[in-house]
Write a new protein. Structure first.
Length: 364
């Protein structure tokens, strides 16, 4: 496999490019290619900033010596994706004197991308954001497509906006510092693309499992590019999730309920919750007569091969999870709505799912 950088073009009303390759955070020309003004705010967390923030700032200054740059660093973790920390980013923009042509550089995982993107959507009714994802999960999912949000106690991502980035720059070299658990979590989102639109990708992932778990640059770049190509195509056709884009939520209705019930600072991370959520969605598909047990068992085996969980955490009660699902963004006034599958590579949105069937899937 080639180690040359990949570029995925995202079309639509707000087109942008996804750049994928090693060493891109040091490329000042690339980092500033879409910059329109003189103010830049680097938003990062306490784990990522010490590793990469100085490098990004140095690259920006080399390319644009007159740029006014500030950094805003928050604690790491999903529990920090709050309205209070969102307010801190807004305060940092105000202190910087950011004008409407300013840019936020979201440096980190999905939490940073979601929160910094939401701040960009709100400051002066919308400024630019360049996503600099440093986790696999963010590279293949949250940095692409323009969804931004923060969490509230009642649920995940309930306060947010659609705000596409000006660019996504995914430096795969940052994945070398990623803990193995976080790498596996990102691979859950990669597997999702195979499950919903690309059965052949599932076979590719099976064949390249060892290389991916070893964080091989070429294997990861190929997997990221293929995942982003699928997400780009879907979000181009449905930028505001009125239809097809909902397929990207396969496993997420169950997964978000698991995260909310556990509390975001404890238990499964997002990718692990999605892994279990995908299997529960496959179980529900079997309960509703849409898919076979054979395909569900194959999905379970693939998730296990990648070291991902396949069972609900001990102590989580189905009724409690169902309560969270009723508040999920994908629910409608008429009832629960799920993304389910008919087998590998084929998924659909199913409305008004009977709660008894959901409980049956949860109880196995």
């Amino acid at each position: 496999m080639s180690t040359a950088p990949h570029i995925v073009a995202v079309a639509g009303n707000a087109p942008y490019r996804i750049h994928i390759g090693a060493g891109l955070l040091d490329d000042g020309a690339l980092l500033t290619a879409t910059l329109r003004g003189r103010h830049a705010l680097i938003v990062s967390d306490a784990n990522v900033a010490p590793l990469y923030a100085k490098r990004v700032e140095a690259a920006l200054r080399t390319a644009q010596p007159d740029l006014r740059i500030a950094r805003h660093v928050i604690d790491a973790g999903e529990a920090e994706k709050t309205l209070a920390n969102f307010g801190g980013v807004i305060d940092a923009l105000a202190t910087l004197g950011a004008t409407r042509d300013a840019c936020i550089y979201a440096l980190g995982g999905g939490v940073m991308g979601d929160m910094a993107g939401f701040a960009a959507a709100c400051w002066m009714r919308g400024i630019d954001v360049v996503q600099l994802p440093t986790t696999l999960l963010a590279m293949v999912d949250s940095s692409v497509g323009g969804k931004t949000a923060v969490d509230i106690p009642q649920g995940k991502n309930l306060v947010g906006a659609f705000h596409p980035p000006r660019a996504v720059i995914a430096d795969t070299a940052t994945l070398r510092s990623l803990p193995p658990r976080e790498l596996r979590a990102g691979l859950a989102e990669v597997i999702k693309y195979g499950a919903i639109v690309d059965a052949e990708f599932l076979r590719w992932l099976e064949a390249h499992c060892d290389a991916l778990l070893a964080a091989d640059d070429a294997a990861l770049s190929a997997a990221i590019a293929r995942s982003c190509t699928h997400k780009a195509a879907i979000t181009e056709r449905d930028p505001f999730e009125h239809g097809e884009r909902a397929l990207l939520n396969f496993g997420h209705t169950f997964g978000h309920a698991i995260e909310a019930e556990q509390g975001y600072a404890h238990g499964f991370n997002h990718g692990e919750a999605v892994a279990v959520g995908m299997l529960l969605a496959a179980n529900l598909s079997v309960v509703l007569g849409m898919a076979s047990d054979t395909d569900t068992h194959a999905l379970r085996g693939l998730l296990q091969r990648f070291g991902l969980p396949v069972e609900l955490p001990t102590g989580l009660m189905p009724d409690a999870l169902l309560t969270h699902m009723r508040l999920d963004k994908k629910a409608q006034a008429s009832g629960l709505r799920f993304v389910l599958w008919n087998g590998p590579g084929t998924a659909s949105v199913v409305k008004d799912v009977d709660e008894a069937a959901v409980l049956q899937a949860l109880r196995g």
